[in-house]
Design a binder for this molecule. Sequence first.
Ligand code: GAR
Length: 205
Amino acid sequence: MCGMFQRRVLPRIVVLASGNGSNFEAIANATQKGLLKAEIQALLVDRECFAVERAKRLDIQWIRLEKPWNSSLTKYLERLKPDLIVLAGFMRILPSEIVKEWQWKIVNIHPSLLPAFPGMHAIEKAYNYGVKVSGITIHFVDEGVDTGPIIFQKALEIKRDWSLKKLEEEIHKLEHRYYPLVIQKVLEKKWKIVGRRVILEEDIG
Ligand code: GAR
């Protein structure tokens, strides 16, 4: 009988967030729909934030990092041993030991077309700058602020009559649609590195 019914073990991810948690919820929904074939082991947060309310509602384990948060993070990552660490609005720079140890296993999403407008308040900065095209970037994490090798970008034309709120809504729609799909490709190892370029084997959307 052995081997007739092999249990499929899903890759495991942890999500790190500090704020609203809408990307976390989009990722969780994608796992439930089977769009993202992964198990969310836990949501890790560094502060009180709405993402935790979402985790409670979705019945996903959540952990509040203790101070000092970086050794706490190291401890939980060693315990959980995820296949991928997913930053979803985690508003801290990861220490270089973690970045080195988990190289190519940490992804981040950013609400602009990097390298334009890195750091905080990217949507507002792009809007106030008056750019006509913005978008989203999903990248591997290195030791800089939003500087890691880019996996995926989606551009968005900013229409003449759009308010900042409208731009924020449209950016978040893109994030929620594409982040789970890109995570899936990363987990499937459907990418390679050429120089500093990350090449996906197949186009997404
Ligand atoms: C997202 O827009 C994400 O791109 C951004 O924080 C927001 C989190 O929203 N991340 C950065 O700016 C990283 N530099 P959420 O908490 O609703 O997912």
